[in-house]
Design a protein. Structure first.
Length: 702
C-alpha cells in the first residue's frame, strides 16, 4: 500500500515548520519538510525528522492508571475520571477553589487550553492556570506589553531576507532553531552583518562580525551602553523618535550613567567592541533582533527585553520589512497559549484578569456572573509549588509537561509534588519524572492523534489534523478535559462534540483584537498554508507585520522607551561557589526527553550529559577530558563528563538541561536540580541561566 502524505506543522519549537506526514496502514512511517511552506522551504531539524519513531516508542500509555498500595495500576476510564473528579471536588469543597491548580505544556493545542481556562477560571473559579510558556516566553510577553502595549510580536520570518543586520542575543540558534538559522546564515553570507551576544563562543557566534562574549546576566548594562553610544554619536533622529515613542528625554538623562567604559566594566566586553557594535546598529538600514531563553531565563529578563527594544526604537528599526524584534518561542504553541489565556494573570483573547471590563467581556461570552472570574491573578508555577509546600495548594493537574524535571531546583519541586493530596498527570508516556509521583495518570493522545491548532512565533495559525488513532484506550486531551468537566457538574458548559466546535467558540473571544482569528476556519486552514493573525474575516489574507503605521496600543499611541537599570543576578560567584553554571539545549533532544529520549537514533547522538569548562579552569582543577566532574550548588549536586573548551569564559561552566532520571542512564545528570527558583519579579520567569556552583573531579569512572 502506498504512503499517503498529509500536511501538518511541527510540534516542537515555536518556529512552526511545515511538515509532510507519511501514513501507511494506519501508522505514521515518515516525516519530511514541506517544500512549499514559507517558513522552512522543505528543511527540517533532526527532531522533526525523527518524529515517526515517537509513535512507536516504548512506554506509550494506552489507558489510565490509579495509585493503589503505592503502585500505579490500570483502571477503566470511568473509574479514573470518577476518582480524579471527585478528588478535585472534595478538595474544592473543603479548601476552596484556589486550593486546586493546573499546569500544562506548550505541546497542548490551543483548543485544549481554551477548555482548561473555561473549566478552571469560568466554572471552578480559580485563576491557578499555568503553562510552560512561563518558563520560556513570559518575559518576552511582559517586555512586549510594557514597550508596545500588547503581547504582540510584530515581525515575521520573511523579514530575515530584508535585514542587513542581525542582533542575536542569548541563544545558540544554530542548534536550537536550525531552519531559521539556515536563512539567517544565507543572508549573512551575502552582505548582512551579525552581532551575537552570548557568554559562549557557539556555532552561532562563528558567523558573527562582532561576538560580544558577555558575562552571564549583564545584558541590561550592555544594551544601555549601546544606546548611550547611539545617542552620543548622532545615530538617533530625536524629533522623529519623539513622535512615535514616549520617554526619550528621561532615557537620555538615564543613559548618561552608562558610557561604554561602564558597560565594559560590568559586561566584560571590550569598550572598543561595544562602540563598534553600536555603530553597526546605527549604520544599519534594517536591524532584526532575535533573543531567546538565554535572555528570558533571568531575574532581569523583562528589563533585558525593554532595553533591547530601546535599540530598535531609537534607530527606527521597527514596523517595516527587515526591521524589528523577532522573538521565537521555545515550544510549539507558546504564543497560542498566551493568547488563549493559559497563564494565571490572563484571560482568553489577550485579556487580563485584573481588568474589570475584560473580565466582564469573558463572563458575558461564557454566560456566567462576572464575580465568578476572580480579579486577582492566580499563582505562577513557582508559586504553585510553594503553595504545595505551604498546604495552600492541595491538588495539581498536569498535562503534557514534566515539571519534576523541567522546573528549577528540582529537589524542592519534587518535595512539593509529593505533598499534593491529589496529583493528576495527563501524558503520553510513563514513566516520566512526574508520572512516577502521580496519584492518577490519564493517557492522552499526541500530535497527529488529535485535531487542533498551534500559533507559531510569527503569529501564523496552523491546523494539526488527526491522522492516526492513539494507542489502546488513550483519549484526546479535549475529550479528557470534557469528561472531567462533565463529571464535576459542568455538562451544560461543555457540550462540545469536536475540536472544531471548540475552536469556533474560542475564536469569538478574539473578535476585534490583535489576535483576531474570525477569518480562520478549519476548512480554510486545510486549504492554505496557515494564516498570520490578525485575520478578521474570511476574505482577509492575514497580517504579515503589525504596527506598520507606528501607532501602538498604548494610551498615547506611542511605544515606550524605558530606562532600565542593571541589577545583579540572584546568585553571583563567591569563594564557596566560584563558578557560574549556564544551561542550554542539544540539537538532538527536546526539553526533558520524554519523547526524544525514547528515539534510539536521537539518544545515541549525545547519550549522557557533560560539563564544558575552560582549559585554564580545568588545569587549576587537574581535570582531563572525559573526567567525571561533580557540579554542586546550594541545592544539590549532579555529574557529567568534562569537555574542555576555550569557547567558555573562565569562571563559567555549561551543562545541557535535558537529562533527568526517568529514562535509562545515570540519574544524577539533571542540571535543573542545581538552579535557583528565583524569578523575574515582573514576569515570574525563573532564572535558569545563572547559578553559582563549585566544580570538582570525582575520581570515579562512570
Amino acid at each position: 500500500m502506498a504512503i499517503q502524505w498529509h500536511k501538518s506543522t511541527c510540534p516542537y519549537c515555536g518556529v512552526g515548520c511545515g511538515l509532510m506526514i507519511g501514513v501507511d496502514q494506519g501508522s505514521i512511517v515518515k516525516v519530511k519538510g514541506m517544500e512549499a511552506h514559507p517558513t522552512n522551504k522543505g528543511h527540517i531539524c533532526d527532531l522533526a525528522a525523527n518524529l515517526a519513531p515517537v509513535f512507536h516508542a516504548p512506554d506509550r500509555l494506552a489507558g489510565p492508571l490509579i495509585r493503589r498500595d503505592g503502585q500505579l495500576v490500570p483502571v477503566s476510564w470511568d473509574e479514573a475520571i470518577r476518582h480524579a473528579s471527585s478528588g478535585l471536588g472534595q478538595i474544592i469543597e473543603q479548601y476552596g477553589p484556589d486550593s486546586v491548580a493546573f499546569y500544562g505544556g506548550a505541546a497542548n493545542l490551543t483548543e485544549e487550553y481554551y477548555l482548561m481556562n473555561k473549566l478552571m477560571k469560568g466554572c471552578i473559579g480559580t485563576n491557578n492556570v499555568e503553562c510552560s510558556t512561563r518558563l520560556c516566553m513570559a518575559s518576552s510577553a511582559v517586555g512586549f506589553l510594557s514597550t508596545l502595549g500588547a503581547d504582540a510580536p510584530p515581525t515575521c520570518y520573511d523579514d530575515i531576507e530584508h535585514a542587513d543586520l542581525f542582533f542575536i542575543a542569548g541563544n545558540n540558534m544554530a542548534v536550537t532553531l536550525p531552519t531559521i538559522f539556515r536563512r539567517v546564515k544565507n543572508v549573512a553570507a551575502k552582505d548582512a552583518k551579525v552581532i551575537v551576544v552570548d557568554p559562549r563562543r557557539t556555532r552561532t557566534a562563528k558567523i558573527a562580525d562582532i561576538h560580544l562574549q558577555i558575562k552571564p546576566g549583564t545584558d541590561v548594562a550592555l544594551n544601555n551602553s549601546l544606546a548611550h553610544v547611539l545617542l552620543h554619536e548622532g545615530f538617533v533622529d530625536e524629533k522623529k523618535v519623539d513622535i512615535s515613542c514616549s520617554g526619550l528625554d528621561e532615557l537620555k538623562v538615564f543613559l548618561e550613567n552608562y558610557p561604554p567604559s561602564y558597560g565594559a566594566e560590568i559586561s566584560g566586553c571590550s569598550e572598543e567592541d561595544i562602540v563598534r557594535a553600536a555603530r553597526l546598529i546605527g549604520e544599519s538600514r534594517n536591524m532584526l533582533t532575535f533573543w531567546f531563553q538565554g535572555y528570558n531565563h533571568s531575574t532581569q529578563a523583562v528589563f533585558k527585553n525593554n532595553s533591547l527594544h530601546n535599540l530598535s526604537l531609537l534607530t527606527a528599526n521597527f514596523c517595516r520589512p527587515g526591521a524589528g524584534p523577532l522573538s521565537i518561542t521555545g515550544e510549539a504553541n507558546a504564543l497560542g497559549n498566551r493568547w488563549v489565556g493559559a497563564l494565571s494573570h490572563l484571560l482568553p483573547g489577550m485579556r487580563l484578569v485584573a481588568n474589570p471590563q475584560q473580565r466582564q467581556e469573558v463572563a458575558d461570552f461564557w454566560n456566567i456572573p462576572k464575580e465568578k472570574i476572580k480579579p486577582v491573578p492566580g499563582r505562577s508555577i513557582i508559586e504553585m509549588i510553594q503553595g504545595l509546600h505551604d498546604g495552600d495548594i492541595r491538588a495539581l493537574w498536569v498535562t503534557t509537561s514534566n515539571p519534576a524535571a523541567s522546573l528549577p531546583d528540582t529537589h524542592w519541586v519534587e518535595e512539593g509534588l509529593n505533598k499534593a493530596e491529589l496529583l493528576i498527570v495527563q501524558d503520553i508516556f510513563h514513566p516520566t519524572e512526574t508520572t512516577r509521583l502521580a496519584d492518577v495518570v490519564l493517557a492522552g493522545a499526541q500530535w497527529c492523534e488529535k485535531t487542533g491548532t498551534f500559533i507559531s512565533s510569527e503569529r501564523r495559525i496552523e491546523l494539526v489534523d488527526k491522522l492516526v488513532e492513539p494507542p489502546g484506550d488513550a483519549k484526546t486531551d479535549c475529550a479528557i478535559i470534557i469528561d472531567m468537566a462533565c463529571a464535576m457538574g459542568f455538562r451544560d458548559e461543555f457540550p462540545y462534540l469536536s475540536a472544531e466546535e471548540i475552536f469556533n467558540e474560542w475564536k469569538g473571544l478574539t473578535r476585534g483584537r490583535i489576535c483576531d482569528m474570525n477569518g480562520v476556519s478549519y476548512k480554510r486552514l486545510r486549504n492554505k498554508i496557515g494564516l498570520q493573525l490578525p485575520c478578521p474575516d474570511e476574505n482577509h489574507p492575514g497580517t504579515e507585520r503589525l504596527f506598520t503605521d507606528w501607532h501602538f496600543p498604548r494610551p498615547d499611541g506611542r511605544a515606550a522607551l524605558l530606562a532600565r537599570n542593571y541589577e545583579k543576578p540572584a546568585e553571583t560567584s563567591d569563594a564557596e561557589y566560584p563558578f557560574i553554571l549556564l544551561t542550554g539545549k542539544l540539537a538532538s533532544q527536546f526539553n526533558t526527553r520524554t519523547r526524544t529520549g525514547r528515539v534510539e537514533q536521537l539518544q545515541q547522538i549525545e547519550p549522557d550529559n557533560y560539563v564544558e569548562i575552560h582549559p585554564e579552569d580545568a588545569k587549576d582543577l587537574l581535570l582531563q577530558e572525559n573526567d567525571l566532574i561533580e557540579v554542586a550548588s546550594r541545592r544539590g549536586k549532579v555529574h557529567g563528563k568534562a569537555r574542555i573548551t576555550d569557547k567558555m569564559l573562565t569562571g563559567t561552566v555549561y551543562m545541557n538541561m535535558h537529562f533527568g532520571s526517568a529514562l535509562r542512564g545515570p540519574d544524577d545528570r539533571l542540571a535543573n536540580l542545581l538552579c535557583t527558583h528565583a524569578v523575574d519579579r515582573h514576569s515570574k520567569q525563573p532564572e535558569y541561566k545563572i547559578t553559582a556552583v563549585r566544580v570538582a573531579k570525582t575520581g570515579e569512572d562512570q
